[in-house]
Write a new protein. Structure first.
Length: 165
């Protein structure tokens, strides 16, 4: 399924004028999730749209009653604050709930001191009942895990600090 800019605008307008509270659509090269009327009108409802072929900038500027915004996939982890310049921070790419293991009672994906490889799952973020595996973007050693299992996290919140190898 392909969605162009006009199709997406029509879809968002239809949803904004309907009684639909939650909407999810997934195609070959994108994923769109909309939740509305769940938060205060001034809050932003995060939608995850990845690898799309339409113009994200013009869509992000489109304003509808439910304050829909588009969050791009994370580009690179943030660098640790001064004094910890040898460490790299892994931040949350979305709002959700942080989980260290695939299921309760199972072994965590990583522990302090674990060495991880590019593409290795380091945690799961649950957002809107979807489990999103977060993978390492580089070879590294886990130095700090800053979030407790089952804790809500914000977009951009530091989850772990690692030492790249």
């Amino acid at each position: 399924m392909k969605l162009d800019h006009d199709d997406l605008n029509r879809l968002i307008e239809k949803i904004s004028t309907s009684d639909i509270q939650e909407f999810s659509l997934e195609g070959e090269d994108f994923k769109l999730e909309i939740k509305r009327n769940i938060f205060d009108q001034n809050q932003v409802v995060n939608n995850l749209v990845s690898n799309t072929s339409f113009d994200r900038q013009s869509i992000a500027q489109k304003s509808i009653n439910d304050n829909v915004s588009i969050v791009n996939e994370p580009e690179a982890p943030q660098v640790a604050p001064p004094g910890r310049s040898d460490l790299t921070e892994i931040t949350s790419p979305m709002v959700g709930t942080f989980y260290r293991a695939a299921a309760p009672g199972e072994e965590p994906f990583v522990e302090l001191g674990s060495n991880v490889q590019v593409g290795q799952t380091i945690c799961i973020l649950e957002a809107m009942k979807l489990m999103n595996e977060i993978e390492s973007e580089f070879n590294a050693e886990i130095v700090e895990i800053l979030v407790e299992n089952g804790t809500p996290v914000e977009f951009g919140q530091v989850l772990m600090r690692v030492k790249q190898s």
